[in-house]
Design a protein around this ligand. Structure first.
Ligand code: 5GP
Length: 208
């Protein structure tokens, strides 16, 4: 019997600036038995980013080789760079964790949902486009041109909210964070994720 038959693949998607990074950080602080998937990307590391921790940084050629070898559970081009989720790492996570968080874009979310039927998708919605733009400007890291491009992309991303099982509105961070944690709690209690536990109890074991 697989001890992690209640494994929860959790997709978290939002336009940049909607606050998904902070929400996922809080989620992982709450659920120590979940981890974030480290994506493979062709984009160059930003200041302070660590290879193998933030991303696995690879060359365009290496990425293409991985695509050809079928190494990705999903991959997509986002803002001119390619990003992908390693199939092997995703499968390995099932043996040692109770869940994995995939912070990916809507193209990747569509592919992962098709490939991993038990994946749960959460879309993080900014309360308004004005708030989103304000948050992007507040970072102070992007040029007007970059912000305009990100806002344009954000509008496109928002129209795909229908792909997801849940929508969390990130207006107040504490409220949004509670909502995201509640989704994980509820999803863990789904009948099919508890089937193994129920069978074990039926056969005389104790489950926690
Ligand atoms: P950044 O370059 O700012 O770290 O990430 C840009 C966007 O790429 C993120 O908002 C995220 O949605 C997307 N992304 C990161 N990793 C993956 C991945 O493995 N697959 C897909 N499809 N998108 C990703």
């Amino acid at each position: 019997m697989n001890a992690h038959d209640d494994f929860l693949p959790l997709i978290v998607t939002s336009p940049s600036g909607a606050g998904k990074t902070t929400l996922v950080r809080r989620l992982l602080a709450r659920f120590g038995d979940m981890a974030q998937s480290v994506s493979v990307t062709t984009r160059a590391p930003r200041m302070g980013e660590v290879d193998g921790h933030d991303y696995h940084f690879v060359t365009a050629t290496d990425f293409s080789t991985m695509v050809a070898r079928g190494a990705f559970a999903e991959w997509a081009e986002v803002h001119g760079h390619r990003y992908g989720t390693s199939l092997e790492k995703m499968e390995a996570a099932r043996d040692r964790l109770r869940g994995m968080v995939f912070v990916i874009d809507t193209q990747g979310a569509r592919q992962l949902k098709a490939r991993v039927p038990d994946a749960v998708g959460v879309f993080v919605l900014p309360p308004s486009m004005e708030v989103l733009e304000g948050r992007l400007r507040g970072r102070g890291t992007d040029s007007d041109e970059t912000i305009a491009r990100r806002m344009h992309n954000a509008r496109g991303e928002l129209t795909h909210y229908g792909l997801f099982d849940y929508v969390v509105i990130n207006d107040d961070l504490d409220t949004a964070s509670d909502e995201l944690c509640s989704i994980v709690t509820a999803e863990r209690a789904r009948r099919w994720r508890r089937a193994g536990a129920a069978e074990r109890v039926i056969h005389g074991a104790t489950v926690r």
